[in-house]
Design a protein around this ligand. Sequence first.
Ligand code: BGP
Length: 477
Amino acid sequence: MTDFLWGSATAAYQCEGAWHEEGKGLSIWDDYFHSDKCPAHVENGDTASDHYHKFEEDFKMMKEGGQNSYRFSFSWPRIMPDGTGKINPQGVAYYHKMIATMRQYGIEPNVTLYHWDLPLSLHKKGGWENIETAFAFAEYAKFCFHEFGDSVKLWATLNEPFYSLLCMYGSGNYPPNVKDAQRLLHAAYIQMYASALAANEFRKLENIGQLGIVADIHPCYGVDDSEACQFAVQMADHIMNNWVLDTAFKGYFPQQLLDELAKQYDLSFMKEEHRAIFDKGTLDFVGLNYYNRAYIRPYTTGESFVLVNNSGSKNSGIRETGKVKRMMVVKNMFEKIADPNGTFTEWDFEIYPKGIYDAVKMVQKKYGDLPIYITENGIGLHEKLINHTVDDTARISFMQRHIDELPKAKKEGVAVMGYYVWSTFDLYSWINGYDKRYGLVYVDFAHENKRYPKQSYVWYKNFINNWRELYETKYGH
Ligand code: BGP
């Protein structure tokens, strides 16, 4: 493996398309978008970027763009149509071909086993609220480790357990569209148990590489230093970060959080007999998806809620310029607010580059010298293709300012091993549809998904070619 991985990332549902081809089963997203549960104006990922048929063209462009690693996910229902039991040989053959092609272009695969496309059959039996889903995940993971273990050396169990479950069971904007904190906690426990079970399987194998988890990381900053605010920050950190990371790297959930949660919720789903699996289920590396920070103040009043801007317009109700607005409330614990002086994207994500430095430092402080990959970092923009390219200077500035925070952390001893831009090319942005573009490469969704490199692709290529000298001059290494 090359010493530093510079790459970009995607996820199966968001880019593959071929939603019903070659034996693939249905996922919770396929079902949602093909049912009357989904509002009529919302687009779907049926074809997405058509990566399923165009992967070779995409890898060629990655190679020409200087990238040496690709983070992507396997579609669980493409490999196991019902989530357990029967294997789909065409799906397996597809991923073998894709990985072999990637390697031909000198690109190191970094595979995430679950990036939110839960098989529909499992969802019908309770999904992440049913412990059987954890066992099914371990079965699927074990199959993949055996089948692809020779060609894949970097594996992650889950993508963003916190954010995805928050959307599924908190804000209710992702299927199954539930707003219920009790159910959210239960699902969040089962997902972490699933990850630990998969890790237990992984440990039975030899020479199979490394297994990690990809977490959305939210460095938490208090509005002041008061005792009440320190408590709020601690609780926010536990919920947004430590629930996943302590469990994955220390072997169990943070006790202080469990004590607080027990005052409001029924935690009887946490079983003593699972402890040994968690204990033995710790992981080798962490993937951090960094988009923004969490600005925290003490809880004031009202029930728990979370707001997400899926509209694509500024001031869509989440934020009001110059005013403090609550974006997330966890009753009796904390409130996440929008900094009235912050800079925000069109979708109300705060732009805060220093947070990526604070995030990797925080991970090192809590978990020691763990290898860290920045597995996603990027900005969603409204964009137009002009003269076969896109002048995305806002993305270049975003990437440059975030990447620039990393060499300092590296010099201070943090084991940052790689960086992946979200995303390799334009793809489907969940319920934001196709208007929110993240790619280094423009995809013309209306015209056979033709690809056009953006200015950021060219910038990234030049940066990768020169980064050693650049940082040697700047940071002396
Ligand atoms: C992360 C997900 C990705 C991707 C990205 C951008 O949370 O892992 O799948 O979608 O965020 O988010 P969005 O598309 O909602 O803007």
